[in-house]
Design a protein around this ligand. Sequence first.
Ligand code: FAD
Length: 396
Amino acid sequence: MLSYDVLIAGAGPAGCAAAYDLAQGGRRVLLLDRRIFPRHKACACGLTRKTLTALRYSVEPVTERVCHEIVLQQATDDASRREVRVRTPNLICAMAVRERFDAFCLQQTLAAGRNGGSVVLLKIEGIAAIREGGDGVELDVETAAGPQTFTTPVLIGADGSNGQTRRLLYQQHEPAWYARGFALEACVPYSVLTEPLPDGDAPTDLVFDFAPLPGGYGWLFPKGDHINIGVGVFAPSAESVDISLKSVTRLLLADYTLRKLGVDLGAIGAHVTGQYLGMGGDSYVPRGRVLLVGDAAGLVDPLTGEGIHSAIVSGQAAAAAVLSNAKDIASAYARQLRPLQRTLAFSARAARSFYRDPERGFRAMRHPLLRRIILKTYADGLPPTKLVAALIEQFV
Ligand SMILES: Cc1cc2nc3c(=O)[nH]c(=O)nc-3n(C[C@H](O)[C@H](O)[C@H](O)COP(=O)(O)OP(=O)(O)OC[C@H]3O[C@@H](n4cnc5c(N)ncnc54)[C@H](O)[C@@H]3O)c2cc1C
């Protein structure tokens, strides 16, 4: 049985963020993933200012565009369109392609390590079992060469919304706090677009469009040579979660693409992919020696559907808990995670109110001060004072 200081299941943004800090802190880390990188992951890969700030290194080499303006759209009763454009001198969101972003972050992570710290990557077929004892964890995995068992004081579950760690930890049941969103995306090359676009957008507009479905939005995220277009539900209503998730269909995305870009996704052979997003993590309480991070811990923001920031911050929080040498690792992680959970709880309240009546949110966006505050919250995170947070909750 091979032993490591920390085992991490999943080499996405959450797993890499944790592994990077642990290796820099002198720990020997084994990073396990089911896929070979570079690998596709359904994601629009919009990187907000707070995401870029949280990362330990610049991702400029894989940044395809920076956006200083966002366009918020909403249908009106007479089927026309309402639009608010918000421009700032500083970038709001950087655009990358997820496959390249993840491969780059993994490369930085594998090169990390100080004072004997290092990260080793292992491709596995899956996790067979997790056995947790008083002072350690045994992990059985399947590899192409056969079954293998590793031991560690701490296992970090960073294997995303569809991962195995959370399910094994909760005996094959989803925990009560865990909720799901769902989103579908496709890429449309600029070369197949004819201008002007049928719905009046510019090809380089960063669009959040609240018209196509309740509890979520459609988006246009402009990259270097294509637009990432998608539809997703992030705040499914409690009464009809399944109905809302099922409203995100290939047909909806195809119709939306035709309306926004004038393009038939089938005719251009576009690859449509989707995935669940992990939500509800503001109520997650870490326990034992298996720490969940990122989508596995349900940490996607329910107002915006943004999950890369939470993945990175929670990965770093788990690493900080390990590096603190605390006896009770779960409590140490809970303390590190609390600021992010507070932000997500705020977002959950704002999402419930916003998606119930988006019209109200749009009215708030017309007020210059509120518009500035809302945009800053999206780009940088929770507003610094309770007063400002209360203002947003009141109006959004
Ligand atoms: C269509 C769509 C668009 C999105 N757009 C954005 C966006 O623009 N901006 C944003 O911030 N967020 C966006 N998100 C959310 C974002 O993709 C996730 O929140 C983010 O990827 C979470 O990172 P993670 O590291 O927790 O999990 P993941 O990125 O899902 O990584 C998990 C890793 O674990 C591996 N894995 C899975 N199972 C196992 C296993 N059993 N054993 C070992 N490894 C395993 C996977 O191969 C993967 O590499 C979007 C999501 C979707 C579905």
